[in-house]
Design a protein around this ligand. Structure first.
Ligand code: ADP
Ligand code: MG
Ligand code: ZN
Length: 440
């Protein structure tokens, strides 16, 4: 029997505001436990929340960048549940009237594009953290994170494979990072994803029962968790069993998902409008003002790179992964006058070096000015990787002999390369390149 997979994603993104959503406490990561708290985020009786305007603006940016309709009026609601890291006994979230509805993100599939719907975006507060490690016989609670602003972005069940889910997530993350509303750090939990997965017989239109997968903190694990879940559900159905609606935890160590609890329904949370906060009104003027602050978004940048620089779409995608990388590329392309070569050097050697040394593009000492100078030197024949490749290819026997210990042959290769580049090659650079290439 053939099955089709259905996936819908719920993403929680921590917003990069300096202060929390309903109080003035700082949101900085890594502070002494409970040092960034006050009566509001500690949930003291009688303490009243006041909405941080920046949170609304960041949510509006995210909404506009994902093609959502911002609602003129939205409101906060209480989502009631008990947990030690939630001192009020409820989370302030949005329910019936979220800030934005009906957006989308386009992802590439088999040479074309596919539109993944976004159902809604709403604002809410984060909970604190329970600490279990290194404390014998007890758990402690750190409420520094309580009240940190989040937006939740809920997708339509439009994805049909783990690849599509990862593509969607990568794009959503890039958009939020371009907007500078979220740092996108999955390991630290500032960009977290719950994956809803179900399967149905191929050709069927009625969706199967979904499991919701939690605790996934990297793209690789999103892929693995979904793949595992699809296999599990298939095996279950083939055995004559039924998928039950439940929340399952991804176990990174074992590479499996395990049942955590039966799925709670909305009515279990006793949602009701938050009486301590007035509705949020977003007039057209405010929306217009926010729209003006949006940077060029990744998908537009990709189109422009393809059109203006004549590079393949794939290359444009890689080079637009972050704003910093895209800026680096554009500057190198402009200074060198060679957009294609610039792209190749950045995507190949530069990104590899950065990865090896674990540094960011904005930290590297190799600036676009250096990179473009090198590209020009190669073009002028002062440095040539190609010439040396040719020399090695034409003298395969010599290469083998050199590699088996005849290092005296080095001079011969230098001579050949010099001849081929008509004496233009820089000797020091040439020696270096040759040594590397001959080493294999
Ligand atoms: P809840 O909070 O109960 O999980 P939400 O509406 O917040 O409900 O999220 C539901 C998510 O599950 C959405 O992303 C939606 O696309 C997805 N979804 C709904 N039904 C299915 C299904 N049958 N298979 C896979 N995903 C589903
Ligand atoms: Mg859910
Ligand atoms: Zn506070």
């Amino acid at each position: 029997m053939e099955f089709e997979t259905v996936i819908g994603l719920e993403v929680h993104a921590q917003l990069l505001t300096d202060t929390k959503i309903f109080c003035g406490c700082p949101t900085k990561f890594g502070a002494e436990p409970n040092s960034q708290t006050c009566p509001v985020c500690l949930g003291m009786p009688g303490a009243l929340p006041a909405l941080n305007k920046k949170v609304v603006e960041y949510a509006m940016k995210a909404a506009l960048a994902t093609g959502c309709e911002i609602q003129q009026t939205s409101r906060f609601a209480r989502k009631n549940y008990f947990y030690p890291d939630l001192p009020k006994g409820y989370q302030i979230s949005q329910y019936e009237l979220p800030i934005a509805l009906n957006g989308h993100i386009d992802i590439p599939v088999d040479g074309g594009h596919k539109r993944i719907g976004i159902t809604r975006i709403h604002m809410e507060e984060d909970a604190g953290k329970s600490l279990h490690e290194g404390i014998a016989g007890a758990s402690h609670v750190d409420l520094n994170r309580a009240g940190t602003p989040l937006i939740e972005i809920v997708s339509e069940p439009d994805m049909r494979s783990s690849d599509e889910a990862v593509e969607y997530l990568k794009r959503l993350r890039a958009i939020l990072m371009y907007l500078e509303v979220c740092d996108g750090n999955m390991e630290e939990g500032s960009f977290r994803c719950d994956a809803n997965v179900s399967i149905m017989p191929k050709g069927e239109t009625k969706f199967g029962t979904r499991a919701e997968l939690k605790n996934i903190n990297s793209f690789r694990f999103v892929q693995k968790a979904i793949e595992y879940e699809i296999k599990r559900q298939k095996a279950l159905i083939m055995e004559g069993g039924k998928v039950v609606q439940e929340t399952r935890l991804w176990d990174t160590q074992k590479g499996i998902t395990v049942s955590m609890r039966g799925k709670e329904e909305a009515h279990d949370y006793r949602y009701f409008p938050e009486p301590d906060l007035v509705p949020v009104e977003t007039g057209n003027d405010w929306i217009k003002k926010i729209r003006k602050t949006l940077p060029e978004l990744p998908s537009d940048k990709v189109k422009r790179f393809v059109a203006d620089y004549g590079i393949p779409e794939y290359d444009a995608e890689v080079l637009s992964v972050s704003r910093a990388l895209a800026n680096y590329y554009e500057e190198t392309a402009r200074l060198s006058g060679q957009p294609k070569a610039a792209g190749n050097w950045i995507m190949g050697d530069l990104l590899r070096e950065l990865k090896l040394s674990g540094i960011d593009i904005d930290e590297t000492l190799i600036k676009p000015a250096h990179m473009s100078k090198m590209i020009k030197m190669i073009d002028d024949g002062v440095i040539s990787g190609k010439v040396i490749d040719e020399v090695l290819a034409e003298n395969a026997d010599g290469v083998a002999a050199y590699r088996s210990g005849k290092d005296k042959l080095f001079g011969f290769f230098v001579g050949q390369a010099m001849k081929k580049s008509q004496g233009k090659a820089n000797p020091a650079v040439l020696n270096d390149l040759l040594k590397k290439k001959l080493a294999g």
